[in-house]
Design a protein around this ligand. Structure first.
Ligand code: ACO
Length: 395
């Protein structure tokens, strides 16, 4: 590898790299990806092993602090998070100022930004506490964004429940009756969250780092990361996949004709949930999510024709020269939506679930960046191709 900042200083040359396809902005010890072989490891542990044996909070600790927590460390971490789930009553009123039609990702990002107005004065340097607060409050904000969109009352968190069960109750519980925990649902959601926890320098993580590199606080950086995640080329793809599958079903167009339109790049139509900047082989997360999809739908007693359309699309695409040549495979977003839908989440909540999953990774990178003495403010170069000097008229 080449240290471009030294090269730039010595030669004055600037490398033009649209989309940062070949530019590393940092060194990192958090996540390893081999895109050609379809390998993903968090802190050295294969994603398959973590998804099978770990929990969301355990992996969050691993990503942030670098090793698996002891039972005591995990217990203490979990306990602290349970103690910080409440939102300030004034912040709860913040939701009433937003339209019920607001996209939950915008609500999430705005509310996280608003969190900094409550806490930045009291503990600007207490990053550990801020991370606990964010882990505790993001799911509550997310559930309130959901409740707001369907016109239902917000519940107070029940801190006797696990992280995932608390979140599910806040989304699907009501004031009238006790919430029934469904272990199939809890396990499946926990597993999906683990699969989303980190993915090295993706667009939203790079956003979190760029904002953080200016010295902005963690709330502001995470709020910006949520907005970056919302785009359909990034986390917003999980919502777009479901819309695409529903459109194929409703139009009666058929998978073959749809794929032909994608190949002709008709109106810029893409096969959403396919392709990846780094994976040029099957995304290992997509493999695990696909395995889960059948299992979870059967466990929840749901039969969804959209899952059949998704599988048919995948088969079609994987045998087609267009996709083979470009090495386009399903990514993590391709099968998640079908599972979230079976769980009862509306389509517009899908990327919010991704954001909850990704939060530990964002924070781990923000922390790593701030501990790294080599960190500088992020500031890309440009090659100016506009007008040379011009004279203002009349002078
Ligand atoms: N459907 C059809 N064609 C595609 C797709 C797709 N999903 N993805 C890439 N291609 C084509 C491109 O048109 C291009 O073709 P060309 O060589 O004829 O011009 C070629 O494959 C290379 O693609 P790029 O756009 O250069 O790849 P890039 O690395 O810039 O983009 C991205 C990656 C954004 C993920 C892209 O594959 C895409 O748009 N996929 C659909 C959206 C999606 O699923 N995003 C989620 C990504 S995972 C995540 O963020 C969680």
């Amino acid at each position: 590898s080449l240290d471009l900042s030294t090269l730039t200083r010595q030669t004055g040359l600037t490398a033009l790299d649209y989309g940062f396809v070949n530019t590393a902005s940092t060194q990192s010890e958090i996540t390893y990806i081999d895109g050609n072989q379809g390998i993903l490891r968090y802190r050295g542990y294969p994603i398959e092993q973590l998804a099978e044996n770990s929990t969301y909070l355990e992996v969050a600790w691993l990503l942030i602090y670098g090793s698996l927590p002891t039972a005591d460390q995990l217990g203490e971490f979990d306990e602290k998070i349970r103690r910080h789930t409440l939102l300030h009553e004034d912040l709860k009123r913040f939701f009433s100022a937003l339209p019920h039609t607001a996209h939950p990702m915008s609500v999430l990002s705005s509310a996280v930004s608003a969190l900094s107005t409550y806490y930045e004065g009291s503990d600007p340097d207490d990053v550990e506490l801020t991370m606990v607060r964010l882990l505790a409050k993001l799911p509550v904000i997310a559930a309130y964004a959901h409740k707001k969109s369907i016109g239902q009352a917000f519940l107070y968190p029940d801190n006797s429940l696990s992280f995932v069960d608390n979140f599910l109750r806040l989304n699907f519980g009501n004031m009238a009756e006790p919430y029934q925990i469904d272990p199939t649902l809890s396990k499946a959601l926990d597993r999906l969250l683990i699969l989303h926890e980190d993915h090295e320098q993706n667009a939203s993580t790079s956003t979190v780092r760029l904002v953080g590199s200016t010295g902005a606080n963690l709330y502001s950086s995470i709020s910006a990361g949520i907005q970056a995640l919302s785009g359909p080329l990034h986390g917003g793809a999980n919502e777009a996949v479901l819309q695409m599958l529903a459109q194929i079903r409703d139009s009666g167009e058929g998978v073959g004709k749809f794929v032909e339109r994608v190949k002709r790049k008709e109106d810029g139509v893409k096969l959403m949930g396919f392709g990846h900047r780094v994976y040029k082989n099957y995304d290992p997360r997509a493999k695990l999510v696909k395995e889960s999809a059948d299992e979870v739908l059967a466990g929840l007693g749901v039969a969804d024709p959209l899952l059949d359309i998704a599988k048919e699309l995948e088969q079609f695409a994987l045998q087609d020269e267009y996709f083979k040549e470009r090495r386009l495979y399903p990514n993590v977003d391709f099968y998640t939506g079908v599972i979230y839908k079976a769980m009862g989440f509306p389509t517009r909540m899908f990327t919010v679930l991704f954001a909850i999953g990704r939060l530990p990774g964002w924070m781990a990178h923000w922390r790593e960046m701030n501990l790294d003495p080599q960190t500088k403010i992020g500031r890309p170069q440009q090659l100016y191709v506009g007008e040379p000097e011009r004279q203002y008229p009349g002078l």
